[in-house]
Design a protein around this ligand. Structure first.
Ligand code: S3P
Length: 172
């Protein structure tokens, strides 16, 4: 059975397009908790976009900054944190989230994710590539790691509010 919610930070994980930011914001609203988007906090801390961090400094540098930002956001206070799709894949970041927060995997088929990300293509991992092909490769590597989250909620074709309700059900 999923762990009972005890006020630790809730961290949403999952692939690009899973709805982490949208679902996270609405979930926080329903729970009366602050919402914070780790990707936006990283951009603020770096003073540049994620695409620029990737192209100027590379992915390993981004992952290290991402871990530090998430470490700062997980401060013991109840809140909802949306993370970028690769955060939970990084060993150090995942260990941090698993020990100090409640991770929730928003899981959707790659076909659904590919449709969603087509509407916004600022993501460096997708630039100039076929999103479905990239997402298939990422899912093969990442899904076994996302599966380490104590809670998994499907986020397929349903509207995001349905996903929010499903999470509320698990938490109560
Ligand atoms: C990434 C996902 C992005 C962002 C960066 C890398 C990933 O966040 O952190 O482009 O590795 O999957 P979203 O999942 O919010 O798109």
């Amino acid at each position: 059975p999923p762990p009972v919610y005890r006020g630790q930070p809730i961290v949403l994980v999952g692939l690009m397009g899973a709805g982490k930011s949208t679902v996270g914001r609405r979930l926080a609203g329903r729970l009366g908790l602050p919402f914070v988007d780790a990707d936006i906090e990283i951009e603020r801390a770096a003073g540049m976009t994620i695409a620029d961090i990737f192209s100027r400094f590379g992915e390993p540098y981004f992952r290290d900054g991402e871990r530090r930002v998430i470490q700062r956001l997980i401060d013991g206070r109840p809140k909802v944190i949306a993370t970028g799709g690769g955060a939970f894949v990084n060993d150090a970041t995942r260990a941090l989230i698993l020990s100090e927060a409640l991770a929730i995997w928003l899981d959707a088929p790659v076909e659904v994710l590919a449709e969603r990300v087509r509407r916004r293509d600022t993501r460096p991992l997708l630039r100039g590539k076929d999103p479905l092909a990239v997402l298939r490769e990422l899912a093969a590597v990442r899904n076994p790691l996302y599966a380490l989250a104590p809670i998994r909620v499907p986020s397929a074709n349903a509207p995001h509010d349905t996903t929010v309700r499903a999470i509320m059900e698990v938490l109560k």
